[in-house]
Every structure is written in C-alpha cells, then in structure tokens.
Design a protein around this ligand. Structure first.
Ligand code: AMP
Length: 431
C-alpha cells in the first residue's frame, strides 16, 4: 500500500491497518502530532490512557486512530467503541474526524445527542454502527428506553472530561459507565484536572499511560495579549480590532447569552457579517450559524463559552475575549480556537479593572505574564491595569516566555500489565 507517510517521521512506525493509513494520508496527516506520538503506542497495545491536552492538539485522532485500527483488526458485531463528549458540536466534529480517517474502510459511525429528534438517531443505531459518538444526556435516555445496548463496547473514550463535569454530566456519566462492560479499554482526555476529574480518572482507568501536553499554556502559535479598556469602550475597541487587515475571521466571546445575542445584532447592524452562537438558540439555528461561519458567509462569530465548546474551525485568525472567561482554564480553551493545527493565531482579551483577580490567576496558571497592549483612544484609566505602559498606537511586546509550546511530557510510563481484553487492542497482528 503506497502511503505518503513512510519514513520514521510518519505514521508508518505504528504499523496501522493499510486502509486506515490511506485515510490518514488522504487527510494529509503526514506526521503524528506530539499527543499522537505519545498516546498511540500505549493505546494500540490496549492500555488505558489519560491524556491531558487541549483541543487543537490533535487529541481526537489520538483516540480515533487506535479505535479504528482495533476495529479493523477485529470487527465487532455491534458498536465496539463509545465516545462521550460534552457538546453536540464537539460530538459532530469527533464523528467527522472518524469518518475522514475511516474513509477507506467499511467502519461506520453514528452520533447521538439531545436537542434534535430521536428518531433518526434510533434508525442509525439499528444499523449497528461500529463507533458511537454522543453526549451523556441522550445516551442515557436511549439506554433507559432500551434502544441502546452497550454490552458490545470494549473501547470507551471520555473526551473533554473537565467540561462534562462543568456541565453537570458527572452523574449521567456514572450511570452510563455502569452499563459499559468493565473489561474494556478506557481513554480519558481533559484539558484540566480538577479534583473531581482526577477522582473520576482514578475510578475508571486501570494503570493508565499518562500523556501530558504543555501544562495549561496556550499553544506557541497563538500570539495573545490583554487590552486594558473601560467597559464602555469595549464596543469601540472591538470595531478597531475587527477593522485590522490581519483580522479575517474572528470568534468574539462574551460572558452571557444575552450579551452574545445583543453584540451579534449590533455588529450586524454596523455592517459586519456577524452571527451569534449561544445556548438559547435551537439546534438548527446553531448548526446554521456554525455552517455559515465555516463557509465564511459570516466572518464574526459571537459566542458564549458553552456554545463554543469544542468548535473546530480552521483558519480563525482572531479570538477576541470581549469579556474575560470565568476561569483561567477557560482562557486557554477559548484562545485555542485560533492557532489551531500549528497555524498562527491572534487572541485579544479586553480587561477592565474589575478583571484584576482573573488576570492574576490566569498569569499564575500560564506561568508567565501576558503582554498588555494599548490602542490609542481606548486606554483604560482604571487602576486595574498593572501591565507595562506602552505609548502611542498599538505596540507589541515579545511573547512572555518560552513556556507556551506543545511540550510533550510523559509520565507514568509504567510497563503495562496488559489486561486480557475480549478482543483487539492487546493483540497486534503482524502485518
Ligand atoms: P483536535 O485537537 O482533535 O481538535 O485536532 C485539531 C485539528 O488538527 C483537527 O482539525 C485535525 O483534523 C487536525 N490534525 C490532527 N492530527 C493531525 C495530524 N497528524 N496531521 C495534520 N492534522 C492533524
């Protein structure tokens, strides 16, 4: 099988099934990302994995590749893998990635999430897909109705586990876990490790291979800075940012659904191709907004955190935090919507004097100060700005430190006491 991934830098070293290797090659996945290099050997052996990584690092393929490879080696007679994700958007993207990579195989996938009619999903499940990707709420509903049976599952992924916890899914998750066979391979991915997720990981993972990427620092490809500004001047500063020639597409984050809706309308009234994405919108409206943004019919997406969770749009030039996020961790997440896949991105965060505590906590988490920049006419006069004073028009600092890049650190690389699993992962056939 001729694939463009030969040589030690490609995926060849993993001895993947030829049809999967072809899918990778066609998707131009020529070299594994650090998270994949670190995760794949253990995951392909059937070991449990704990991956501490943000979206944008390539973590979806880090679990999709081993799942597909195992299913190709040893096809299941029902769904062999279940991937749980916090939002519909993320679930759809994960499924899209599975489909891309499985293009040259016969493996099938289905997505299951709430907010849309159950009927189509039931029909998809009756066709016995190999991989199910879903959100906990709907999965649990279908389980309770007897429409879904998780007995054949022997690979389970909990993706963005910290967000599932934030969104209150932990009780649902536990109920689902009780219905998945105990004898299975489990991979848990999370950008952050709050106490509750650490507890969950200890419960569900058996001697996991731990992969940790880049602590909580933003990707090195993202140039990010704080813009001290008075609350009343945020709109003007936003217009200034959107008017920069480098600003091709932007995701603007607001604190509340109401602010997202209002700001999207104001920007549209001012002549921008802007659309909102917030939790009060129906699934159809959200899909249309996302599709329009992907296809560049809109170039500004005004979103709240929850609605934007997991969205993966390549080529977003700017992330603008109109309001700071609730937590330092959410900062890395939000700004990770730009600079994806090793591309350059710019992230601007508007900070008012009220945001001081958040700034301090975020800089502590990142481990270095974040640049302050000023735009003439929009400087905050509040005391809250403790950053270095810069005069005149917008000026740039160098990035604070070398802390940012995707630095793969492997810990817990204990030799696996490989569990005898029903099938697949533990038995690597020689090809
Ligand atoms: P994720 O962290 O899974 O959201 O991945 C971010 C983006 O990187 C997605 O658009 C993937 O399609 C892409 N990607 C993942 N792995 C690779 C790779 N090895 N080569 C090229 N692109 C990749």
């Amino acid at each position: 099988m001729a694939v463009a991934t030969d040589g030690p830098s490609g995926f060849d070293r993993f001895d993947l099934h030829p049809s999967l290797a072809k899918g990778l090659s066609q998707a131009s996945y020529d070299a594994p990302r650090p998270i994949q290099t670190e995760t794949l050997p253990a995951a392909l052996e059937g070991r449990d994995v704990l991956g501490l990584a943000q979206t944008g690092t390539g973590k979806t393929a880090a679990f999709a590749i081993p799942i597909l490879d195992v299913l190709l080696d040893d096809p299941a007679s029902g769904p062999g893998a279940l991937v749980l994700a916090p939002t519909r958007e993320l679930a759809s993207q994960i499924e899209a990635e599975f489909r891309t990579l499985a293009r040259f195989t016969k493996l099938t996938t289905a997505t299951v999430y709430g907010g849309v009619s159950q009927r189509g999903q039931e029909a998809a499940l009756r066709r016995r897909p190999d991989v199910i990707v879903g959100c906990p709420g709907r999965i649990l509903d279908l389980l309770n109705q007897g429409v879904l049976n998780l007995d054949p599952i022997d690979m389970l992924v909990l993706d963005e586990a910290d967000h599932m916890f934030d969104m209150g899914f932990l009780p649902d998750l536990r109920r689902i876990l009780a219905k998945v066979p105990e004898e299975r391979q489990t991979m848990l991915f999370s950008a952050t490790m709050p106490r509750e997720i650490r507890g969950l990981a200890e419960e569900v993972l058996d001697d996991p291979h731990v992969v940790e990427l880049a602590d909580s620092a933003p990707a090195e490809t993202i140039e990010h800075a704080l813009y001290p500004v008075a609350e009343g001047q945020k709109r003007g500063l936003l217009e200034h940012m959107l008017g920069q020639p480098s600003c091709e597409t932007a995701i603007v984050f607001t604190r509340t659904k109401h602010r997202a809706r209002r700001l999207a309308r104001q920007l549209a009234d001012a002549g921008h191709k802007a659309v909102g994405l917030q939790g009060n919108m129906s699934q159809g409206q959200r899909d249309r907004a996302m599709q329009g943004f992907r296809e560049r019919r809109y170039d500004v997406l005004v979103a709240t955190d929850i609605a934007a969770r997991g969205i993966d749009v390549s080529g977003v030039s700017h992330v603008i935090n109109f309001d700071v996020p609730n937590t330092p961790e959410a900062y890395t997440h939000r700004i990770g919507r730009t600079g994806r896949s090793e591309r350059e991105g710019i992230a601007c965060t508007f900070v008012t004097p009220d945001d001081n505590a958040w700034v301090r906590a975020t800089e502590k988490m990142i481990g270095s100060p974040i640049d302050r920049r000023r735009v003439a006419g929009f400087e905050a006069d509040g005391r809250g700005d403790r950053g270095p004073q810069r005069g005149g028009r917008e000026r740039r600092n160098e990035r604070g430190s070398e802390s940012g890049g995707p630095r793969a650190r492997r810990s817990g690389g204990r030799k696996s006491s490989r569990r005898s699993r029903g099938r697949g992962g533990a038995q690597r056939s020689a090809r």
